[in-house]
Design a protein around this ligand. Structure first.
Ligand code: PRP
Ligand code: MG
Length: 212
């Protein structure tokens, strides 16, 4: 019998809540996080623990059938991938921030300014509508440090509690988008696995209803 392959974040903020959701759906996963692949004992499902940024491509290629992933990552890297379900956890926003002392009047202030971010496509798309052209610098982590070390005039990154911005003396000046965890589906999912997905989605919907 076929098993549906689900990608779950390997480490990070989504990992725990994603596994909790599967657990609440009554699915027991055999192995811990040490292994990169694990099977459910009571549902036709296999979990692959992957890096966030790699998941959109794996969905596209059909290496995994479905994924629990931040909508912000899909917007950045997986515009073509379908969202089957919004999951209501890992809520955050993707925002622009500048050093606290900067006088900020509006988006035009960032024309030709250096923006450090892990979300270059999202930033570019956002600025396009205002006809403003920033100088985008791709950084993969600890983005908030960039202004303090003279690498950038502003940053664009995820904001959740706001504590990382606060600690780095930055202020949020624009919310570019709001995000939460979603269940994403590969465009190449087989009919067999689609049937398993339907069963899983039914359970997820019941769990989410009970949580509200
Ligand atoms: C994420 C994100 C922000 C921070 C936001 O970083 O990149 O820096 O969390 O959360 P907060 O508003 O609650 O402080 P993370 O700690 O996951 O590390 P990374 O940037 O090095 O990947
Ligand atoms: Mg960070």
């Amino acid at each position: 019998m076929s098993k549906i392959k689900i990608a779950v974040q390997k480490a990070g903020r989504l990992n725990e809540d994603s596994l909790q959701l599967l657990k609440d759906c009554g699915i027991s996963i055999d192995n811990g996080k040490d292994q990169l692949k694990a099977s459910a004992s009571n549902f036709p499902l296999e979990v692959l623990y992957l890096r966030n940024g790699d998941i959109p491509q794996y969905l596209r290629d059909g290496v995994v059938d479905i994924a629990i992933i931040g909508e912000n990552v899909l917007i950045e890297k997986g515009g073509d991938i379908i969202v089957a379900e919004r999951l209501g956890f890992s809520k955050c926003r993707v925002s622009l921030a500048v050093p606290k002392g900067t006088k900020y009047k509006g988006i035009e202030d960032l024309d030709r300014m250096r923006i450090a971010t892990s979300y270059p496509n999202t930033v570019q798309q956002y600025f396009k509508q205002f006809n403003v052209t920033p100088d985008i610098h791709l950084i993969n982590g600890s983005v908030e440090i960039a202004p303090n070390i003279g690498l950038a005039d502003a940053i664009c990154d995820i904001v959740s509690s706001g504590s990382t911005l606060f600690k780095n003396n930055l202020k949020e000046v624009e919310v570019m988008l709001k995000s939460e965890a979603v269940l994403a589906v590969s465009p190449n999912i087989s009919d067999e696995n689609k049937a398993i997905l339907n069963k899983l989605q039914f359970r997820i919907q019941s769990v989410l209803k009970a949580r509200n």
